[in-house]
Design a protein around this ligand. Structure first.
Ligand code: HEM
Length: 307
């Protein structure tokens, strides 16, 4: 089904909506009803252009989970996003009850489904962050580097991102996933003042042909060196931006994992550094302005609510 499919190939267009749900039992009940409606809403919009492969994913924040499902088992690793404060940079934690992640080959389908979803949640929830992402040339971020190359593929991707039978603590949530999102804004003037060679050292890969630097040339504070850990996540980052005023040039980071402690370890490596103080060079040009964690229930879980 086109809802809750967390592993997919990169899309041309994406939207990310973060909502907070109003206080009170009625709002929590309406949000729960909405979860059951999302697969049908997605089919209604996507069926008109199946070749564009419209996908929707809904994630649920920790507080809202407890309001919606007070007497049921809860996902073992679901908690509010924990701020990571390094000596120089901070991964902030910001509010979020529902994440809607939409992907398609065409922006119009994402926009139409976002409109329908927002209508369905009117009077129940408020959008606190809205990002329209676009593919930038050959999967590049706005820093100019190809982003997503080392994502695991096939069974490895599913193994990294989706809870399976035997993943002990989350036995009631097979088919689900956890997702962490962060909206980063880039200081393009400072980044563009670097030489290409310095930029490549910050990322840990070459810019034009996207090859990993060998260990001798890859600094320990490069983005790749600090994120190459024993554990995988699936990233579906998208560039976004606007040109008015001072302009806004960003990367929306989105990482799916069957256990969010993998993503959290990467964040500690980036912000606190390895060893401590040796933070990710990418952060000297990228500021995280949001940060939230959500649980993504399986398609079967949503179907059950729809019934
Ligand atoms: C400013 C935001 C970010 C940008 C622009 C960015 C960009 C990139 C780029 C260009 C690569 C190299 C190509 C690739 O394999 O994808 C990369 C790799 C990677 N990034 Fe990021 N990234 C960002 C944030 C993050 C965050 C927040 C995490 C984790 C919490 C993360 C985890 C990874 C991982 C795991 C890799 C692969 C490392 C390896 O080669 O094993 N990234 N990123």
């Amino acid at each position: 089904m086109p809802t809750q499919q967390v592993v997919s190939h990169p899309a041309n267009a994406a939207m990310f909506l973060v909502f907070t749900v109003d206080d009170g039992e009625d709002a929590a009940g309406a949000a729960r009803d909405f979860l059951g409606e999302l697969p049908g809403l997605t089919r209604s919009v996507g069926f008109r252009h199946p070749e564009a492969e419209l996908l929707s994913i809904v994630g649920i924040g920790s507080d809202l989970w407890d309001r919606m499902f007070p007497d049921q088992p809860r996902p073992a690793h679901l908690h509010p996003f924990v701020e990571v404060r390094g000596a120089t940079h901070t991964a902030v934690s910001t509010p979020g009850d529902l994440l809607i992640h939409l992907r398609a080959a065409r922006q119009d389908l994402c926009f139409e489904l976002a409109r329908v979803v927002t209508d369905a949640l009117r009077g129940t929830a408020t959008i606190v962050d809205e990002v329209h992402g676009f593919r930038y040339f050959d999967e590049r971020d706005l820093l100019g580097f190809v982003d997503g190359t080392e994502n695991p593929e096939g069974d490895d991707a599913l193994d990294a991102a989706v809870i399976a039978d035997g993943d002990g603590e989350d036995a009631s949530f097979v088919g689900g996933s956890y997702v962490i999102v962060q909206k980063y804004l880039h200081d393009m003037a400072a980044w563009n003042a670097l030489s290409t060679e310095e930029q490549e050292k910050a990322i840990g890969r070459t810019k034009l042909d996207d090859l990993e630097l060998d260990d001798e040339h890859k600094p320990s504070n490069s983005h790749v060196a600090l994120n190459d850990i024993d554990g995988d996540i699936i990233r579906e980052n998208m560039p976004f931006g606007s040109l008015s005023g001072d302009g806004e040039f960003g990367t929306y980071f989105i990482g799916y994992a069957k256990d969010p402690s993998v993503t959290e370890e990467m964040l500690r490596n980036m912000f606190i550094g390895v060893p401590e103080g040796n933070h990710d060079r990418i952060l000297d040009f990228s500021t995280a302005v949001t940060g939230s964690l959500f649980f993504v229930p399986s398609p079967a879980f949503l179907d059950g609510l729809g019934d």
